[in-house]
Design a protein around this ligand. Structure first.
Ligand code: NDP
Ligand code: MG
Length: 379
């Protein structure tokens, strides 16, 4: 059970919802971090009075330290300071809610300090899942997933002492805003179209990932790493209503699922209270008024990112870091309206083709694969 937390990425969608939960639960804040959203960070610091506030953008940090001069919050700037926030001695739990691979080093540092990791930042597990999980095992640090599908699975495996009893995980997927379109139809969709997600309100990068189905691909890899299962035991099912958050099929045929309204406060809250459960002020799921629950196969032809992610998962080594790095850069280009929707899988596939896979990589080899993938997309 969390008592004092640090939030990496407190100004984002997950970060802000974590602060709601912290306020409801009366948690203390050790450190908050953001990239450049100074005004939002100033307001958060005034309200939650963390001991440390970090802006990874140095100019934003200077601005924040002037704004917070009358408070007791210490302000630091730059990427190295993310690690200071992640290892702040007052925190027992670190919520990793930054977007992208930038979360990797601070997450590893927090693990070494035996913090509980409430993990939202899936890119970290995608790039370096084996290193992260091994580090957590070695340090005895708990990793509790915040991602709704992985939280659902985590909840469905409580009490399962032997992972060999699990036959497969079934990750549900809303299908995103372009569900049902052909490859060509989806290719005409713009940034504005992609940012209109049917069920969830999230940061721009993950919203685009939901439209391409790369998000589900990243989640397949995230699940493989968290639960140490092979690709053959992780399936994806389209479930448009986002009520069943994921399922676990056991060897005896029992299928356990976690249901709820599409609201990230619940998995965030569970990551704070685990292994207990607390009161939640949100209205509960109303089964009598929820739409019929439907399930369908994902379309890997119209949305090749899911297939590309599964192929990278199968290739292992640095392949997932290449996939992720290329995707991060391609999504940035799409959000800047410099490339089209289907250029995202095209550029990811190009990076995967051009960059050789290194097996059993070190952290440095993973970081190098990430750099190479980004350079390949930008070439
Ligand atoms: P947002 O874009 O809303 O927020 C990102 C946060 O990270 C902000 O605080 C932002 O600061 C900070 N940030 C952005 N870039 C950098 C950088 N280069 N260095 C340091 N900090 C940075 O993202 P989300 O909250 O949507 O997602 C966060 C993570 O959680 C992602 O990995 C996502 O996949 C995962 N996730 C999100 C879900 C959701 O519902 N949103 C659901 C499941 C998982 P600033 O505001 O200053 O830019
Ligand atoms: Mg998810």
């Amino acid at each position: 059970m969390a008592n004092t937390i640090s939030i990496l990425g407190s100004t984002g969608s997950i970060g802000r919802q974590t602060l709601d939960v912290a306020e409801q639960m009366g948690l203390r804040l050790a450190a908050l971090t953001a990239h450049s959203s100074v005004e939002r960070m100033e307001a958060q610091c005034r309200r939650f009075q963390p001991e440390l506030a970090v802006m990874t953008d140095e100019d934003a940090a200077k601005d924040l330290s002037v704004r917070l001069a009358d408070t007791g919050t210490k302000v630091l700037g730059g990427f190295a300071a993310l690690t200071e926030a992640a290892t702040h001695p007052a925190a027992d739990t670190v919520v990793t809610a930054v977007v992208g691979m930038v979360g990797l080093k601070p997450t590893l540092a927090a693990i070494r300090e035996k913090k509980r990791i409430a993990l939202a930042n899936k890119e970290t597990l995608v790039c370096a899942g084996e290193l992260v999980m091994d580090a957590a095992d070695a340090a005895g640090a708990e990793i509790v997933p915040v991602d709704s599908e992985h939280s659902a699975i985590f909840q469905c495996i409580q009490g399962c002492a032997d992972r060999r009893e699990i036959k497969r995980l079934i990750l549900t997927c809303s299908g995103g805003p372009f569900y049902g379109m052909t490859y060509e139809e989806a290719g005409k969709m713009t940034r504005a179209d992609a940012l209109r997600h049917p069920n969830w309100s999230m940061g721009p990068k993950i919203t685009v990932d939901c439209a391409t189905l790369m998000n589900k691909g990243l989640e397949v890899i995230e699940a493989m790493r968290l639960y140490r299962l092979p690709l053959s035991q992780v399936d994806v099912m389209i479930h448009r209503q986002s009520i069943v958050h994921s399922l676990v099929e056991y060897r005896d045929g029992a299928v356990l699922a976690q249901l709820g309204t599409p609201d990230m406060h619940l998995p965030i809250r569970y990551a704070m209270t685990y292994p207990k459960r607390g009161e939640n002020p949100a209205p509960p799921l109303d089964l009598l008024h929820c739409p019929p629950l439907t399930f369908a196969k994902p379309d890997r032809e119209s949305f090749p990112c899911l297939r590309l992610a599964e192929e990278a998962a199968g290739a292992g080594g640095t392949a997932c870091a290449v996939l992720n790095g290329a995707n991060e850069e391609a999504v940035k280009l799409f959000l800047a309206e410099k490339i089209g929707f289907q250029d995202i899988p095209r550029l990811v596939a190009k990076a995967r083709m051009e960059i050789p896979v290194v097996q059993s990589p070190s952290l440095e080899e993973i970081l190098e694969a990430d750099r190479a993938a980004r350079a390949c997309v930008l070439r």
